[in-house]
Write a protein that binds this ligand. Structure first.
Ligand code: SF4
Length: 440
């Protein structure tokens, strides 16, 4: 059997990224840092001197996919010398298993240790574990017109179905100074849209060296103050329990904050929310939505819902359906509960059959598809600013774009437009999930 060899020199890298927006942002930052030391992206994984797999543990399927990829790299490594590094949540959760069952992986680095990729790539091999999470200097990738800005990491909430607090650790907030520096830099790069990122973004809390405290609304105002070319400021994912009146006022008063909010519901039933340890009930959630709508009438919503949580009855499931009728989102991430090893919900009584979970999910998806269409019809008129994302493959004057409400828009352009351009489009009709329009 051939031995795994390491390359003599590291000149090329290859990244595989799984999971959330935070992983995408962190991979972008590491790519930029590797390029900063002269290591360029390889044509494909088989030609790379160093391969980094940035992993996710939220679902079992995401971990299974990585195990599959590791099998593939075992083969590639026999033919081609390379350094293989596994980083991220799965590396944090399954450090020992990865070291034992995939010995051809050279380094396994948990969520606090991602920066060590650069040390390894540049020949420094001391890999003591870091105790604390640290933010990278910039998460920008050259050419991006829409980018993520991580502002906090970790979560203190321990929802009973979620693995994140166990793999990302407790909440830590990035300094205001570092965030504003990055936003100014992105603005100078003509970035049009930024998303402030955190597992529980609106629990941001930073105290500077002079004892000044910055909560999320204060930070958001400061970010708006330094954004000139940036058209829309978004944030992901807020927790309903931390959605304060002060935050609603900032969203209302700051023109640059997109009037589209992703506020995870998870369940529309108070007993299930309690079992999920979500810290709000149905009434509190719907009161929050009503309050936001009253203050900001042109607001649109996105949400996450999970059906089939242990012991959820048909009536309780119908509460989720009825909450969705009130919420009337134009985007929704709908899924059924799947046991996640290491979380309390896995051991709860009243596990439902796959058949019931599938049926409940399908019903909510079907109804939600109708709501999407109905909501889009309401918006399919007037003139709106859109951000061009792609051109049609067949016709350079047919463009795809997104608007402030994160709605997909297809329009005929008057000229050739490159992705990242902001233009005015008249909305004419709706086709499926897409608004159809023409450039003004
Ligand atoms: S708030 Fe709940 S669902 Fe969100 S990351 Fe924290 S524990 Fe997970």
């Amino acid at each position: 059997m051939k031995k795994y060899e390491k390359p003599e020199k590291i000149e090329t890298y290859w990244f595989e990224t799984y999971g959330c927006q935070m992983n995408i942002a962190e991979s972008n930052a590491l790519k930029t840092m590797l390029e900063g030391v002269g290591i360029v992206e390889a044509a494909d994984e088989e030609k790379a001197d160093i391969v980094i797999i940035n992993t996710c543990s939220v679902r079992k399927s995401a971990e299974n996919r990585v195990w599959g990829r590791l099998g593939n790299y075992s083969r590639i490594k026999k033919e081609h010398p390379m350094i293989l590094i596994v980083i991220g949540c799965m590396a944090e959760r399954l450090l020992n298993e990865l070291q034992k069952d995939a010995p051809w992986v050279d380094y396994v680095l948990g969520t606090n240790d991602k920066q060590k990729v650069i040390e390894i790539a540049t020949g420094v091999e001391s890999i003591d574990r870091d105790d604390a999470y640290s933010f990278l200097q910039s998460y920008y990738k050259e050419g991006d017109f829409s980018t993520f800005v991580p502002i906090m990491n970790g979560c203190n909430n321990f929802c009973t179905y979620c693995i994140v607090p166990y793999v990302r650790g407790r909440e830590v907030s990035r300094s205001v100074e570092s965030i504003l520096e990055e936003v100014k830099f992105l603005d100078s790069k003509n970035v049009k849209e930024i998303t402030l990122l955190g597992q529980n973004v609106n629990s941001y809390n930073y105290i500077d060296e002079y004892g000044n405290q910055f909560n999320f609304p204060k930070l958001l105002e400061k970010v708006c103050d330094v954004a000139n070319n940036i058209q829309w400021i978004r944030f992901e994912s807020p927790h309903p329990k931390d959605f304060s009146d002060e935050l609603i006022q900032v969203i209302k008063n700051q023109e640059k904050v997109a009037k589209h909010l992703h506020i995870p519901l998870q369940s529309g039933n108070s007993r299930i929310l309690k079992k999920m340890n979500r810290s709000y009930d149905r009434e509190k959630y719907l009161t929050l939505i009503e309050k936001i709508r009253k203050e900001i009438p042109n607001i649109t919503f996105a949400t996450d819902v999970m059906v089939g949580f242990p012991s959820e009855t048909e009536e309780e499931y119908l509460d989720t359906l009825s909450a969705m009728e009130i919420l009337r989102c134009n985007e929704a991430y709908m899924y059924f509960w799947n046991p996640r090893e290491g979380t309390p919900a896995t051991k709860m009584d009243g596990q439902l059959s796959d058949k019931i979970k599938h049926e409940r999910l399908q019903k909510i998806i079907d109804r939600q598809q109708e709501i999407f269409g109905e909501e889009k019809e309401k918006y399919a008129n007037g003139i709106h600013t859109v951000l061009v994302t792609k051109e049609s493959r067949n016709d350079k004057k047919q463009m795809l774009a997104r608007d402030e409400h994160n709605q997909m828009v297809a329009f005929s352009a008057n000229e050739e437009l490159s992705p990242g351009t902001l233009v005015k489009v008249e909305y004419l009709s709706v086709n499926g999930n897409t608004i159809i329009g023409r450039q003004i």
